[in-house]
Write a new protein. Sequence first.
Length: 202
Amino acid sequence: MKKFRYILLTLFALLVAISSLRADPRSAQLLKSLEQRVEQMAGYEVQFTLRIEGREIAGYYRVRGDAYVMQMGEAAVFSDGRSRWEVDPSKREVVVDGVDPQSHNILQNPTRAFTFLDADYTHEVHSEAAGQVTLILKPKTRSSISAVTLVLDTATVTPRLLVYEADGERLQISIASFAESMAPIPAFDESNYPDYELIDFR
């Protein structure tokens, strides 16, 4: 009898676990619509404000294909889709590294910030009110980011807010505008930084 009860409890626990892994149809539909909107644009620009550790930094990034340029305060990032050049005027240095094609972090690889989320994250609608819907996303595989909060405009599926939870820290990105842009993406030009130290990790 005890063995039978144990089997029943085990089956119940498995059913609960399986049901928790099922995709939320509403969040799946919203993420798909967001991805389709991004893919339909040849290029786009996002204006945002980064909030971390009590500081606020205004910035923007512009994407075209796999290439992008990002400006946050005085710092800048240039990428051709394979490498990224981080320019830090405060340290007079340029850090060069490869692009992580799997990253969805908007500050590390903005070209993928709003694509493939349905495949790489479990997700659910947390709340919906006043024309906005809040989604909670958690990575399916081990990641430095434990959870992502994504707030969308329900009428246009425009991202309004991103919150990353990572290693006990909270990084918030408020999105002021998200619009199509055909402006060119400038390439990194080392001659613009003649007295900067170049640190290459590629």
